[in-house]
Design a protein around this ligand. Structure first.
Ligand code: HEC
Length: 362
């Protein structure tokens, strides 16, 4: 599919398909595609499945590559503009379904997919957005506010009303780094089995390089009450309690969206290590390359930069090295690191701040 904007053109192609299928019912079976697209129809035992996601994923390119589209009201989809040299796993995920079997295909093929209707709400809810699960957390009663502190009701005096408590829960606390309620945050690994729920939460929030920050966020609440509340939440989920409401499938324009995801790093790299440009010179890297520097190398500033080029879906490591000793904790010095532009016609450099501080969150 040739297009400049995924959203507009995919919408346009669906309009063309709708006209074709009006002429002959068989046309609905065969979705028109280009040589670099995969298209088809998604059906379950209930018939065509509208507003469900079709996902193509491959690890055969230099970075893991995923493309996601949504089916139209006749269950049709087009995964546009896939890099040709890869075999893709293709499957269906949607509200009211469980994930379908993965089917292998390459670009240029028509692939009809079989969606599987969820046998019950428990199975369907596994792919509900995290917030549907997080919303099951109990809100402390309004009469605990304003908090009277450690020598009073335990609620911090800074929390003057229930709305402030909700602010730290929903907007300015844990959630400014990551969602809560996805599978890994609403459940515990078996290794926590010998701890009580509150102990397990306290232990887990101290994990990893963000442990200190997580404990800081916890400190905005009545800590013991909050740990008990989180434990009550995850215990109820473990016992089978489900979100109160079911999300609706995408409709209208949200069905025209094409999402393309590239991995740009590996598991040793921190999320803030992605650099797309230099804020002071935003045109520095105009070709949409982004770079990552592993935080584990932060103490010595040695390691590698991974440069991921989005359009070509390629990535390579660029070795970096700076002076070993850069002074005391907290000092930092900018360092210029060469990066070849994607076109290969010019070499550009970008300035990357190499800090000796360990937990220097961007
Ligand atoms: C400063 C950013 C930040 C804040 C704020 C933050 N987290 Fe985290 N959280 C992380 C990171 C990063 C990880 C991954 C830690 C690791 O594995 O090294 C993580 C991991 C977790 C995990 C474990 C997930 C797993 O896969 O086991 C849970 C649960 C969690 N956070 C809950 C919370 C809660 C509850 C709060 C608020 C009290 C919170 N987080 C605040 C950054 C943050």
């Amino acid at each position: 599919m040739k297009r400049t904007s995924s959203i507009g053109m995919l919408g346009a192609s669906f309009v063309a398909l709708a006209a074709a299928s009006a002429m002959t019912p068989a046309a609905a079976q065969q979705v028109a595609i280009d040589a670099n697209d995969i298209g088809g129809v998604v059906r379950s035992a209930k018939g065509p499945e509208a507003g469900v996601w079709v996902i193509a994923e491959t690890r055969e390119l230099p970075t893991r590559y995923i493309k996601i589209v949504v089916t139209d009201d006749q269950g049709r989809y087009v995964l546009p503009d896939l890099p040709a040299r890869a075999t893709y796993d293709i499957w269906v995920r949607g509200y009211g379904l469980v994930d379908s079997m993965k089917v292998k295909s390459t670009a240029g093929k028509n692939v009809n997919l079989t969606a599987i209707v969820a046998p019950n709400r428990t199975a369907a809810a596994q792919v509900y957005p995290a917030i549907y699960w997080y919303a099951m957390l109990k809100v402390p009663p309004a009469n605990l506010f304003p908090g009277t502190g450690a020598n009073g009701n335990g609620m911090p005096t800074a929390l003057r009303d229930q709305g402030q408590w909700l602010r730290f829960l929903k907007t300015d606390g844990c959630i400014h780094c990551h969602q809560i309620g996805d599978l890994s945050t609403r459940s515990f690994p078996h290794s926590f089995g010998n701890l009580t729920g509150a102990e397990a939460w306290e232990r887990r929030l101290q994990s990893g390089q963000a442990g200190g920050n997580m404990m800081d966020e916890l400190g905005k609440f009545d800590v013991q009450r909050q740990l008990t509340n989180l434990a009550d939440w995850s215990d109820r989920i473990a016992k089978g309690e489900l979100p109160k409401t079911d999300p609706a499938r995408p409709t209208g324009k949200s069905r025209d969206v094409v999402v393309t995801l590239w991995d740009w790093a590996d598991e040793k790299i921190y999320l803030h290590d992605s650099i797309a440009t230099d804020k002071r010179t935003p045109t520095l890297i105009p070709t949409a390359s982004s770079m990552a520097r592993p935080r584990r190398a932060a103490t010595s500033c040695r390691g590698s930069i991974r440069s991921t080029t989005r359009r070509a879906s390629s990535s390579r490591n660029i070795a970096t090295r700076t002076r070993r000793r850069q002074g005391t904790t907290g000092s930092s010095r900018p360092r210029r690191i060469g990066a070849t532009s994607r076109s290969g016609t010019a070499t550009r450099t970008s300035t990357i701040r190499c800090s000796t501080r360990r937990a220097a969150y961007g």
